[in-house]
Ligand binder design. Structure first.
Ligand code: FES
Length: 120
């Protein structure tokens, strides 16, 4: 995990706020258009831009609904592309082989923090 420099950070949530095997969405930074999503598998949390590499639409079909029914994949609501949780690689759909964009974060006092301008 890359270390973020400085104090210009945005708090997302605590890891335990994300149900294990599921994901939460977060709004764009002020002035931005692209939200974020954080997915948790056990002790592992990964933050991605909430933007499909196909045409850039948000991934969730309802707030915080990012996952396949079996919770194995992140799904794009627009055309149904499936992404690996661990690395964001699209394994089926129109953007097969492309990746979701990871967002660096760090834990500060138990809270997931990203750069304040993440997604801008
Ligand atoms: S916008 Fe995500 S698969 Fe088309």
């Amino acid at each position: 995990m890359r270390t973020l420099m400085g104090d210009d950070l945005r708090d997302l949530c605590r890891p335990q706020d994300i149900p294990d095997g599921d994901a939460l969405g977060f709004p764009p930074a002020p002035g931005g258009f692209t939200g974020l999503m954080a997915v948790r598998q056990g002790e592992t949390v990964i933050v991605y831009l909430n933007s499909c590499p196909h045409i850039g639409t948000p991934l969730d079909w309802m707030p915080n609904k990012f996952m396949s029914l079996d919770k194995r994949f992140i799904i794009c609501a627009t055309h149904g592309a499936e992404f690996e949780v661990a690395d964001g690689k699209c394994i089926s759909g129109p953007c097969k082989g492309d990746f979701l964009e990871k967002v660096p974060f760090e834990l500060r006092d138990g809270t997931i923090c990203v750069a304040a301008n993440a997604g801008l």
